[in-house]
Design a protein around this ligand. Structure first.
Ligand SMILES: C[S@@+](CC[C@H](N)C(=O)[O-])C[C@H]1O[C@@H](n2cnc3c(N)ncnc32)[C@H](O)[C@@H]1O
Length: 230
């Protein structure tokens, strides 16, 4: 299996995914923060909202062997196929299809990191660091940011998930999450909302769990289902 974990840092979900995908699967994490990658995962540092970052992840996904613990570079592939993947995906048909249908599960726990200021580690280490928190405390702002991140993760999933693949995203509830739900329902057979026990009851965070990507769904259909979010 291939799992993509968006907003993976510090890495608890990734560690679990690595366990589930052993021994031949791969887990690819993306985070805007620089962190040490959890053992067994491949990671990218960058803003997932950037098209270039998404393209780098898709290029990585397009090489079926990259990121696996048992690497067989070019095993089962010819030289020319490997070269075409580097240039733009299967069949060398440009960026559009890079990494298409390569992933079983996309997870997104992304929430906007808000800088609080520069400080020093409480342990006394004299290195400056950017202190971050995961919500601004302003409901509308947190909601709108989380919708941006969820929509971006959903559109990426339409590209890379195999038919039958699954998607999970965290969101902060508010006026637009019904539209996000409509987009998810367009793309997946079964969509549920979840508020696990580990999530504080007073927090507006919750999760969408979307199972079984439809084989015939297009991005245009999903975009049309959530006109105010795009
Ligand atoms: C709640 S934490 C994730 C915790 C993680 N699931 C775990 O199990 O350790 C949310 C993460 O999303 C990341 N994030 C937020 N916005 C992002 C973006 N635009 N691109 C990439 N990562 C982002 C943050 O840097 C943060 O590390």
């Amino acid at each position: 299996m291939t799992v993509v974990d968006l907003g993976y840092a510090p890495g608890a979900w990734t560690e679990v995914a690595v366990e589930y995908t052993k021994p031949n699967g791969r887990v690819i994490g993306v985070d805007i923060l620089p962190t040490v990658p959890p053992t067994g995962a491949s990671t990218f540092q960058g803003n997932f909202l950037s098209e270039n970052v998404q393209l780098s992840v898709k290029r990585f996904l397009a090489s079926a062997d990259r990121g696996r613990s048992q690497k067989h570079f070019m095993g089962g592939h010819g030289y020319f196929e490997a070269e075409r993947e580097k240039e733009g995906g299967r069949g060398g048909i440009g960026h559009k299809n890079v990494g298409k249908d390569t992933v079983n599960v996309v997870l997104s726990d992304m929430c906007e990191p808000w800088p609080l200021g520069v400080g020093q580690w409480a342990s006394g280490v004299k290195q400056p660091y950017l202190r971050l928190m995961n919500v601004s405390g302003l409901r509308l702002r947190d909601h709108v940011h989380s919708m941006d991140l969820c929509v971006s993760a959903l559109l990426f999933s339409i590209d890379v998930l195999k038919p039958g693949g699954d998607f999970v995203c965290k969101y902060y509830s508010g006026g637009f999450d019904k539209e996000l739900e409509a987009g998810l329902k367009m793309a997946f057979e079964k969509v549920t909302r979840d508020k696990p026990d580990s999530s504080r009851p007073e927090s507006r965070e919750a999760f969408f769990v979307a199972k079984t990507k439809k084989s015939s769904v297009t991005k245009e259909q999903v975009l049309a289902a959530m006109p105010n979010l795009v």
